[in-house]
Design a protein around this ligand. Sequence first.
Ligand code: GLA
Length: 369
Amino acid sequence: MTTSNLVPTLAIIILMTTNCSSNHREFGKAPSGETVELYTLKNAGGMEADISTYGGVVVALKVPDRTGALGDVVLGFDDFQGYLLPPPYFGALIGRYGNRIAHAKFTLDGVEYHLAKNDGDNSLHGGKRGFDKVLWKAKPGNGQSLELTYLSQDGEEGYPGNLSVTVVYTLSDNNELKIDYTATTDKDTVLNLTNHSYFNLAGQGEGDILAHQLTLNADRYTPVDKGLIPTGELRGVEGTPFDFRQPHAIGERIGSSDEQIVLGGGYDHNFILNRTGDGLSLAARVTEAKSGRVMEVLTTEPAIQFYTGNFLDGTIHGKGGKVYGRRSALCLETQHYPDSPNHPDFPSTELKPGATYHTTTVYRFSTGS
Ligand code: GLA
């Protein structure tokens, strides 16, 4: 190689290195001392998603408003330390079991399994150290996707089977954040994976979400007891504050004296999606008038947890020092029904060796008038 072409070659190498390293950086240190990375996915339109290898957390999601200005529409922390505090589960991957399992136990193949109790007498979102608190192995794609893998050992948090989990985040040029979940096991087990992003389409920390308009493609939901465990009934939404088949402001009926609204402290319920076939189908649509942002949720899952951030109380200071008050965000967690392992009549959450668990959820952003 002559010196005359060495210079351009070096320039290319430097450029390549800068490009590769520019899409991830050190975010912090996990309690184990291992380095936590933060990856930035970026699409052709400039939309961005920051994803942490700790918890697979969507730390930031920057989405254009109707003027094209980017705004971060998810709650979270600038500083990694925030994610080590007791969790509201901001942006995290949830497993092995999204939502609650009553009395933290279930029976499978005649064996009773005991889980960690981390929500009164119940197990919530995978237990004391769920998938939101583990370090995932990352394999970046082309700058618009990130593959995360985690091997959950047999007996972890009380669940049977060595479970190999892969989650792929992809940011499309159509402003969609797609999440693909895949898992296999070497023993019969139960599984219900989801993502726990808290959305505020006006921008994180920009007030409450009561004026957001919501449509949910659900004729029925699962009423809960005072521990927020499904009673087993599948109840029609007709004539109740749970009827979002036509768009309604979230705040319109949230103060209702409906027993279920009172038990949930607002909305914190599993809606059963109207669906045909097993492909991606539209579950929810949220619009926010000031920004013009629209979010649609599509999923292969049978249900969705609609949660209005009722437990947020203003004690958490998030990104940019914003105070996260009650109902300052909403969650739309695609899932199987809570406590399914104790409800044989609910769609099954069992996974057997030789079978592959695979679900997909898409958060699609656009703007309206
Ligand atoms: C889920 C549950 C809520 C609450 C949050 C986390 O959405 O349904 O009851 O536990 O997670 O705070």
